[in-house]
Design a binder for this molecule. Structure first.
Ligand code: FER
Length: 249
C-alpha cells in the first residue's frame, strides 16, 4: 500500500493505492466513500480488497472535508467534490501501470461517480455506483437534507444535520443546481449499480430509475440489505468482482 496526497487547487486529497499481488500492469479502480464517510469504512475496504483479489489496483481517495483530506466537512459541496474527483482522474491517467481505468463510489460518492462519468465518458471502461445517493439534488430542491428541514427557496447559511453536525447552506445551494439525469444520459458505457433493497438512506426507486435511464446498466439488488451492506457485504463484493471480470474479458 502506498499512502500519499493528490494536490489540486492548493489543497491536498489523502489517497491510498493498493496493488494486487505479483502484477506489473493492471486495471485501476478509483474508489470514493460517501457523505460523512472515509476510506477506512468496512464496506469501502471490502470493495477494495475484493477488487485487489481479482487483479485490479485500487486508488481510494478522501474527498474535500472528509477523512484526512483538507477542507472542513461544513464547507464541502458537490462542486468541490466534482473538481477534486476530476483532479484525481487526471492523476490516475498519469500512472504508467494502468491498463484500463474504472471509477466506483458509495452513496454521495456514487452520485459523484455518476456525475464524473457523464463529464468524461471516454476515460472509464466502466462505472460502479454503490447505493448512489442521487436523490440528494431532488432532496435539496424539496428542503430536506440529512435530517435538516429548510425552506428550499430561502436556504439558511447553516444546516443542523444528523448527529449534531453543521453543514453550510452552500451545500444545499450547490446541490439544487445538479441534475443527475443529464449526467446519466451522457455516459453510454457499462454501469454496475448495487444497492440493498432495504436501504434506509436511498429510496429503492432511485436505483431502479437510474438502471432504467442508463443505456447499459446492470442492477444488483441485495435482498434485505442496508445502505452499507451490513447483512450481505459478500453479495456486494461478489457482484463487483463478477462485473469487473466480465469487463476485462
Ligand atoms: C441525505 C441522505 C443521504 C443526504 C445525504 C445522504 C446530504 C448521503 C449519504 C451517504 O453519502 O452515505 O439527505 O443529504
Amino acid at each position: 500500500m502506498k499512502e500519499f496526497n493528490i494536490p489540486y487547487d492548493g489543497i491536498n486529497l489523502h489517497a491510498k493505492l493498493d496493488m494486487p499481488e505479483n502484477i506489473n500492469k493492471c486495471p485501476l479502480v478509483i474508489l470514493i466513500h460517501g457523505f460523512t464517510g472515509h476510506m477506512e469504512e468496512k464496506h469501502i475496504i471490502a470493495a477494495q480488497e475484493a477488487m485487489n483479489s481479482i487483479g485490479f489496483a485500487v486508488l481510494r481517495v478522501e474527498m474535500y472535508g472528509h477523512g484526512k483530506s483538507d477542507g472542513s466537512f461544513k464547507d464541502h459541496t458537490l462542486y468541490k467534490w466534482v473538481t477534486g474527483a476530476l483532479a484525481v482522474v487526471d492523476y490516475a491517467k498519469t500512472l504508467d501501470f494502468v491498463t484500463d481505468l474504472y471509477i466506483s463510489g458509495h452513496s454521495q460518492g456514487g452520485l459523484l461517480v455518476m456525475l464524473i462519468a457523464g463529464m468524461r465518458p471516454d476515460d472509464f471502461k466502466a462505472v460502479i455506483p454503490l447505493s448512489p445517493a442521487w436523490m440528494i439534488p431532488d432532496s435539496a430542491r424539496r428542503g430536506l437534507l440529512a435530517g435538516a428541514e429548510f425552506d428550499p427557496e430561502h436556504i439558511p447559511d447553516v444546516l443542523h444535520i444528523w448527529g449534531g453536525q453543521e453543514l453550510g447552506g452552500n451545500y444545499a445551494r450547490v446541490a439544487q443546481t445538479i441534475h443527475p439525469e443529464e449526467a446519466i444520459s451522457r455516459y453510454n458505457g457499462p454501469v454496475l449499480l448495487v444497492q440493498g433493497d432495504a436501504d434506509e438512506a436511498v429510496p429503492l426507486e432511485y436505483a431502479k430509475k437510474a438502471a432504467a435511464l442508463y443505456k447499459n446498466c446492470k442492477l444488483v439488488l441485495i435482498p434485505g440489505d442496508t445502505h452499507c451492506y451490513d447483512n450481505h457485504l459478500d453479495m456486494m463484493t461478489d457482484a463487483v468482482k463478477e462485473f469487473l471480470q466480465s469487463c476485462e474479458k
